[in-house]
Design a protein around this ligand. Structure first.
Ligand code: C2E
Ligand code: CA
Ligand code: CA
Length: 772
């Protein structure tokens, strides 16, 4: 990458970062930190932190108190120093006020005592103010006493509430540079910064302390001070200082804490601004990781980030590394605030009035793998709402959702306006899924009670099974199907079945059908047809079957339609015809005439090459075409009616028998009958199944039989499921019968066995055959 390109790419990702919640939070944090807005946070942090983290002061520094200055004239101070000298301390720091000029003798004695210490004594000059270093208020001990002894100074910077924070290593006063007490004690006189920070974990009350008066009374163990650093101090000499975690503490405690700070293993600090960046960086990275993680992990990252901001600065500081937590805290507050605000806004946006998640929430989330999308629409939902008081509207939706959730076993039911509910279901085989939805439908047969109102409800389902498409597309598919089901009064509308133009399933159908034919997943079932006059099996209808390896059995209605759309119906049909011919040849070789029916898709009836292809097959297979019946359905999807009529006439002329399937259900069955030279009518099972219970259907069937006979056609009744129906049809003069009661569609070998049994008179048409 060239530098310019790199530059551009960097600029782009930077802009992106700054526009993100994370980036915005970092930017706002830096701004606020620059305005010192973090100071209260830092103060609270250290003050609270050092209440928790505490330890004892080192034992090598002992305070000898000379409190109440009036009791300590110079003569007595001289006496004290003499006593001290005999204890052989390592060094003495003289921190008490020296009342020079009160007694010349005393002053001389003190001067003498100091001289006899040689280099082992130094004096401390203090600022009596704790503020921005108050150097102008430092009082230096009188030269006449100190002589050449070194002078150390002690003065502290403070924060905005006057808690001591840091001190320089050296202080310039009157053109001279003095070492500070802590630097001297620790033997460290410079660092990365020009200032250092005390270790406030030193508990000021634990500093070893001896009363000067006691020392003078001699009732004091010898060698108690031997080898130690002794600070002679008047604890009330300067106003006490504010010390993190302890409030007011003697000023000298700060010098000792300062020395401890300087003695820490790593003395690293970068000042309040830069020093707060490392923790900010770390916390930002943790939060960034969290924002990318999912579910529980997210919470874990955030917890680590918060813990890091809270605990790490303290841990580091105990090692001498001063990194303030304020920027990280500000960042966490801003980021946390923004995120919870966004979440709230999102929640509002993703919840419908009923309190259920709305359809946007559904469409915005990825669907679980292996799931079907179901949309249910409640009929006359608006009417229901209109009769309910407003405050019960939400309850109405929630009750429907509860019923759906219980029935569907779905955890979350999404709710849109206008009585639409949606959820995901595990993708089961189609038949199982359809049964399941039928069951769910039955659940809504029970009226709903909302408040004092009772409603009869009806519900319709749209099902989308197009795994792999995005949630929004699938939701829209299922929604469209649900609306269609509602409009047509059907319980379930399968999206897959009627509108799959772009679905990957359909795009790859070509290959799948080829594969299914090849490996036997697609096979041909045969359902027997019986002659009612002489009670014998006289034929069979070929019905296609598909046991899809992953989708389970696919209903022929469904995949025939898809095959039509995918342009694969021709191949399928000729495959059926070939197998049907094999079956016809085999069965006709055994006994009396056996007719095989095949279904011809409406898509194919008007095809110019239909007749030619069928003729070629018949010729090649050497079969008498009159043994084959072509079943055609009246559908509006025949595009070229004249061409269809011409084809069918030619096929009939060739010898094929023509049968009008599903008679009575198409819009123009009669017109069809008038136009087409057919041989047979198949009365749809919708009428047949009800003749025993409905006199109207009985009349329709009886009249259809009469009509067919009048036109010289035979009649097949399909969908016979009971003996009673069969008997009634026989009485009505129906010629042929087909239905589960007489035999289910089954593999050819099984049909063959049934046929042999029927020839031997072992089976009668009333026997229910094994199903497939
Ligand atoms: P169809 O031509 O009306 O076929 C009769 C349907 O009724 C078959 O459904 C059959 O299993 C079912 N059936 C038979 N007896 C009974 C009964 O007693 N009770 C009930 N409830 N149903 C019964 P199937 O096999 O699911 O086929 C559905 C439709 O798929 C067929 O309706 C036909 O339109 C189409 N189809 C099947 N095979 C082919 C084929 O090879 N080519 C074409 N183009 N369409 C086919
Ligand atoms: Ca049929
Ligand atoms: Ca039919």
């Amino acid at each position: 990458m060239t530098p310019i390109r790199w530059h551009l790419a960097f600029g782009r990702s930077m802009r992106q970062f700054l526009r993100s919640t994370l980036g915005f939070s970092v930017l706002a944090t830096l701004l606020l930190a620059m305005l010192a807005a973090g100071e209260p946070l830092v103060h609270g942090y250290w003050n609270l932190g050092y209440k928790v983290v505490q330890r004892s002061a080192p034992s090598d520094v002992v305070l000898v108190t000379v409190d109440n200055g009036r009791d300590w004239p110079t003569a007595r101070q001289a006496e004290l120093l003499e006593r001290l000298r005999r204890q052989m301390p390592r060094r003495v720091l003289f921190d008490a006020a020296i009342p020079v000029g009160e007694s010349a003798e005393g002053d001389a004695a003190l001067t003498q005592a100091v001289r006899s210490f040689g280099n082992d004594i130094s004096f401390i000059g203090r600022s009596d103010k704790v503020d921005e270093l108050g150097t102008d208020s430092i009082s230096v001990p009188p030269r006449q006493i100190t002589g050449n002894a070194p002078i150390l100074l002690s003065a502290w910077r403070s924060n905005f509430v006057l808690y001591a924070t840091s001190s320089p290593y050296t202080i310039a006063l009157g053109g001279k540079s003095y070492l500070t007490v802590a630097s001297q004690l620790a033997g460290v006189s410079s660092g990365i910064e020009s200032q250092f920070y005390p270790d406030f974990s030193v508990d000021p009350s634990s500093i070893p302390q001896v009363s000067g008066a006691q020392l003078l009374q001699q009732d004091f163990p010898a060698s108690h001070l031997t080898g130690r650093t002794v600070i002679v101090t008047g604890l009330t000499r300067t106003p006490p200082i504010l010390y993190f975690g302890h409030g007011f503490a003697p000023a000298v405690a700060l010098d000792i804490a300062g020395a401890e700070g300087l003695r820490a293993p790593f003395s690293i600090s970068f000042g309040p601004h830069i020093g707060s960046l490392p923790i900010l960086l770390l916390v930002t990275l943790l939060v960034a990781a969290g924002s990318r993680a999912a579910g529980r992990r997210k919470g874990l990252w955030y917890a680590i980030a918060v813990l890091g901001a809270l605990v790490l600065p303290m841990i580091l500081r105990c090692q001498g590394m001063v990194f303030a937590p304020d920027a990280a805290m500000i960042f966490l507050a801003i980021y946390g605030g923004l995120r919870s605000w966004q979440k709230r806004a999102r929640r509002i946006q993703l919840t419908s009035a009923s309190g259920l998640p709305n359809l946007m929430a559904l469409a915005n989330n990825p669907l679980p793998v292996g799931s079907d999308m179901v949309v249910a629409v409640v009929a006359r939902y608006e009417e229901m709402l209109a009769t309910l008081p407003r405050d019960l509207h939400g309850e109405c939706a929630r009750q429907i959702a509860r019923r759906l959730s219980a029935g569907a076993g779905a955890e979350t039911i999404f709710h849109g306006d206008g009585g639409h509910f949606a959820w995901c279901e595990e993708a089961r085989p189609l038949e199982v899924q359809l049964n399941h939805l039928q069951g769910l439908h039955a659940l809504f047969a029970v009226p709903m009670t909302i408040g004092v109102h009772t409603f009869d409800t009806n519900i319709h389902f749209g099902l989308d099974r197009n795994e792999g498409l995005d949630a929004a597309t699938r939701f829209n598919s299922a929604l469209a199907s649900a609306n269609e089901a509602l409009a047509n009064g059907r319980v379930i509308e399968l999206f897959e079945a009627n509108r799959l133009a772009e679905a990957p399933w359909e795009l790859s159908l070509h290959a799948r059908i080829e594969e299914g034919l090849h490996n036997g997943d697609i096979w041909l079932a045969f359902q027997s047809q019986w002659d009612l006059q002489d009670n014998r099996m006289c034929g069979a209808e070929a019905l296609i079957r598909w046991n899809h390896p992953t989708r389970g059995p696919i209903a022929p209605d469904a995949f025939i339609l898809q095959a039509e759309r995918a342009g694969r119906i021709d191949a399928l049909t000729y495959w059926v015809v070939e197998l049907a011919i094999t079956a016809a040849l085999a069965l006709n070789a055994r006994g009396p005439r056996f007719q095989i029916s095949v279904n011809l898709s409406a898509q194919m009836v008007d095809k110019p090459d239909l007749v030619q292809n069928l003729a070629a097959i018949v010729r090649r297979r050497g079969i008498d075409p009159t043994l084959l019946t072509i079943e055609i359905t009246e559908t509006s999807s025949v595009r070229n009616r004249p061409a269809a009529c011409q084809n069918l006439t030619r096929l009939r002329d060739m010898g094929f028998r023509l049968s009008i399937d599903d008679f009575g259900t198409g819009e123009a069955s009669l017109a069809y009958l008038a136009d087409l030279p057919s041989d047979e009518l198949k009365i749809d099972r919708r009428f047949v199944s009800r003749i025993t219970t409905s006199s109207r259907d009985r009349a329709i069937v009886a009249n259809t039989i009469a009509l067919a006979h009048a036109l010289g056609q035979s009649v097949v009744a399909e969908g016979i499921e009971t003996e009673e129906t069969l008997a009634m049809l026989r009485d009505m003069g129906c010629d042929y019968a087909q239905g589960y009661h007489l035999g289910r569609p089954k593999a050819f070998t099984l049909l063959e066995a049934d046929y042999d049994a029927s020839l031997e008179g072992r089976a009668d048409p009333g026997e229910r055959a094994k199903s497939v």
